[in-house]
Design a protein around this ligand. Structure first.
Ligand code: HEC
Length: 157
């Protein structure tokens, strides 16, 4: 076989292989994350959040996180959250005393900033606001990773 024919055949084979790779890899998983929310989506999987939290259906040990942001917005609204804390203070004074600084930090933040503060505390120690809860602590996450996960959960409107 002439060497120019060989070169052409290799060329064709390379193009076919490249097309194959493009078709076999899914559009999202193979793409490098670009935005903070993309990085957060990947962390959600890598850190094992997705093993407990479905997003819109599927088996979920923890709450399904579809529309978690409007839910948290309602739960953390000033009157709701103060009511929740005053019940906690009466029923479990020991827990309330343990996390007073955290509750104050949540109450100090307004609007969506309050959701960010709450979520960062929740990752650091989920017992702070679910004292009988099942979610493990993610205190090992860096502030940057917490920021990425926050950007991701804010897409769950
Ligand atoms: C072992 C299971 C488990 C893992 C892993 C887990 N969670 Fe959770 N999560 C829960 C449970 C259960 C709750 C409900 C509160 C509780 O029990 O602490 C919860 C609550 C939440 C809530 C509040 C939901 C609501 O509707 O109020 C958010 C947000 C959340 N988790 C995000 C995450 C993120 C982000 C990760 C990964 C960094 C994660 N979770 C990992 C089990 C888990």
């Amino acid at each position: 076989m002439r060497s120019s024919t060989m070169v052409t055949m290799f060329g064709i084979a390379a193009v076919v292989a490249a097309i194959g790779v493009l078709f076999l890899s899914g559009p999202n998983e193979s793409e490098e994350p670009k935005t903070p929310a993309d990085f957060g989506r990947r962390l959600f999987r890598v850190q094992g959040c997705s093993s407990c939290h479905a997003i819109g259906g599927g088996i979920s040990r923890g709450p399904d996180l579809a529309a978690v942001i409007p839910r948290l917005r309602a739960r953390l609204a000033d009157s709701e959250y103060r009511k929740h804390l005053s019940i906690l203070k009466k029923s479990r004074e020991d827990i309330y005393a343990l996390f007073t600084t955290e509750y104050d930090n949540v109450l100090k933040a307004q609007g969506d900033a309050r959701i960010r503060v709450w979520f960062a505390q929740h990752l650091n120690n989920p017992r702070f606001d679910h004292y009988l809860g099942q979610m493990p602590s993610f205190a090992h996450l860096t502030p940057q990773q917490v920021g990425y996960l926050t950007a991701f959960i804010f897409t769950l409107q």
